[in-house]
Design a binder for this molecule. Structure first.
Ligand SMILES: [Zn+2]
Ligand SMILES: [Zn+2]
Length: 161
């Protein structure tokens, strides 16, 4: 089904994925790294995931990879700006595609109980209002803002019981 779509005019989604891979390849090349099939598989997995993934979750979704190679490749992808590390309260680092690659700016709900991480976004008017406040705060310290990261730490519905 997917393969057929690639050969017809309706290759919209596939074109989007190819754009993502092309952008990832450019960033790795800039970092003197190769876009290997293993790294490509990781980008594909993260693109399909509904939330940031731990290394263990990556391994569950992709049999045949070793923990050390996944971790090493994610670290290389992170250094190249393809992947972002989501800092949580627990020991499990999570990874997601860099926002400027996906074009999907968002925040996270991080559960301090079970470590679950969920994405959420707020209306663009609110984003603009927050950016204005952040710019003011930063200005007072002579700091120039690039972008913001903001996550909420608390307890998910399950962990409140
Ligand atoms: Zn929880
Ligand atoms: Zn935001």
């Amino acid at each position: 089904m997917r393969r057929m779509a690639a050969n017809t005019a309706s290759a919209h989604v596939i074109g989007g994925t190819e754009d993502l891979h092309a952008a990832a390849a450019v960033r790795l090349t800039r970092d003197h790294q190769r876009y290997t099939s293993g790294r490509r598989a990781l980008v594909e997995l993260l693109a399909a995931a509904p939330h940031p993934l731990t290394v263990v979750e990556v391994l569950e979704r992709h049999e045949g990879l070793t923990q050390s190679s996944v971790y090493r490749n994610l670290t290389i992808l992170e250094a190249a700006g393809v992947v972002d590390r989501v800092v949580t309260d627990d020991e499990f680092t999570r990874f997601e595609l860099a926002e400027d690659l996906t074009g999907h700016h968002h925040h996270h709900l991080i559960c301090a109980g079970c470590g679950t991480v969920k994405d959420f976004s707020v209306p663009s008017e609110l984003e603009s209002a927050m950016d204005e406040v952040f710019r003011d705060v930063a200005h007072q310290s002579g700091f120039s803002v690039g972008h913001h990261r903001m996550d909420l730490i608390g307890w998910c519905a399950n962990c409140q019981q």
